[in-house]
Design a protein around this ligand. Structure first.
Ligand SMILES: *Cc1c(COP(=O)(O)O)cnc(C)c1O
Length: 376
């Protein structure tokens, strides 16, 4: 059996190696390292795939979130509501810009932002909501957008984990994750569902004016060279990364399907195990399974994780510490508590999830999990 890893970028690369190598070499031969043609081409191709008017590349997903908040004109002291159960980047940029992160608890079965808790967190100072489509399925965007409209709030979707997921509204209309709010942000970090070979990110919007602001901010706040209209940053998608992404984008749906098949395999195998809550998928969204994250009940997570490690099955905890108890965020701590996030941090466990898992590996992984529960 091929050794098990959480992600397997090497095997995926081997299948597209000739195209990728050629694309990289082309950029080197042309020396268009910054703002080369591949960047614009990739932005256009991704916009078509997503059905959104504008895609603007940037250096990484964290920058994308920061740039979105800058483009919307958020000012120090403004409150931004997001979920307590996410990767640190979401909250980090809020704090960096002098905005106040207001954390909200999540649903126990989908791990996405709880809409009732979100409503309770709105104050006169609230300016924006940042839903995170965690692990690959969309948050409750329809209700979230209605609330945002009522209160005149901006919505920035953190779509780093759910690129390609579909959201279906009650009207029957379907939109891609990240194209529903005012701005969508994504990351092309290598292990993401659409990953490049280094850092990369992008912002999406249907708003022409916002797109213009974003394009200016990513490039030192200038439209005309050396004329700076506003304070910006240096955050561009490298041409080499864009060239690689142009090879991988046409394969994204195939990659998503491979992930969904792995997820179905796991879920089916664990059906009879009482101590495992397999991931629930909400009816209004598809799940592109950036992670396969289950809840392990009965206080058995650590023992299961150690057992799996002893069998060379890697398993990871995304995420072990609630954001409100992170040392870096203690200054934002208030008296609210987050019972579901705390439960999740104690119970979640993610299994290997990538596009290259084969039947032999899947059988070995699921049998190892089953073996643990037969003896514990
Ligand atoms: C990966 C990730 C980011 C940040 O992306 P980078 O490209 O690593 O900066 C932001 N939010 C979430 C939810 C992520 O998973």
């Amino acid at each position: 059996m091929r050794p098990l890893t959480m992600v397997d970028l090497k095997s995926q690369y081997e299948k597209i190696k000739p195209d990728v190598d050629k694309a990289i070499q082309f950029v080197i031969d042309n020396t268009q390292f910054i703002k080369g043609d591949a960047v614009k081409e990739f932005e256009n191709e991704l916009a078509t795939y997503l059905g959104v008017k504008h895609v603007i590349g940037c250096a990484n997903g964290t920058d994308a979130l920061q740039i979105a908040m800058m483009a919307l004109g958020l000012k120090p002291g403004d409150e931004v509501i997001t979920t307590n159960f996410t990767f640190i980047a979401t909250v980090e940029v809020i704090a960096l810009l002098g905005l106040k992160p207001i954390l909200v608890d999540v649903y126990p079965d989908t791990y996405n932002i709880n809409i009732n808790e979100l409503k309770k967190a709105i104050s006169p100072k609230t300016k924006a909501i940042v839903p995170v489509h965690l692990f690959g399925q969309c948050a409750h965007m329809e209700s979230l957008m209605e609330i945002a409209k009522q209160h005149n709030l901006f919505v920035i979707e953190d779509n780093a984990q759910a690129i390609g997921a579909d959201y279906t509204f009650s009207s029957g209309i379907t939109k891609k994750a990240g194209t529903i709010g005012h701005i969508g942000c994504t990351s092309f970090f290598p292990s993401k569902n659409l990953g490049c070979y280094g850092d990369g990110g992008a912002l999406f919007t249907n708003d022409d004016e916002l797109a213009e602001q974003i394009a200016s901010i990513v490039n030192h706040g200038m439209k005309k060279r050396y004329y700076h209209d506003r304070i910006g940053v240096n955050s561009r998608l490298d041409t080499i990364q864009a060239a690689i992404l142009r090879i991988k984008l046409p394969k994204l749906d195939e990659y998503i399907l491979a992930r969904q098949e792995v997820a179905s395999y796991y879920t089916k195998a664990f059906q009879e195990i009482a101590e495992i809550d397999t991931p629930k998928i909400d009816s209004f969204t598809s799940h592109v399974f950036h992670q396969y994250t289950m809840r392990i009940k009965g206080g058995k997570r650590e023992a299961l994780k150690s057992f799996l490690e002893s069998k060379n099955v890697p398993a990871m905890i995304y995420y072990p510490v609630p954001l409100h108890t992170q040392k870096a965020f203690l200054e934002f701590k208030d008296d609210r508590d987050f019972p579901i996030t705390e439960e999740l941090c104690n119970e979640v466990l993610s299994l290997p999830m990538h596009t290259e898992l084969d039947e032999e590996q899947l059988t070995y992984i699921t049998n190892s999990v089953i073996e643990f529960f037969e003896n514990n």
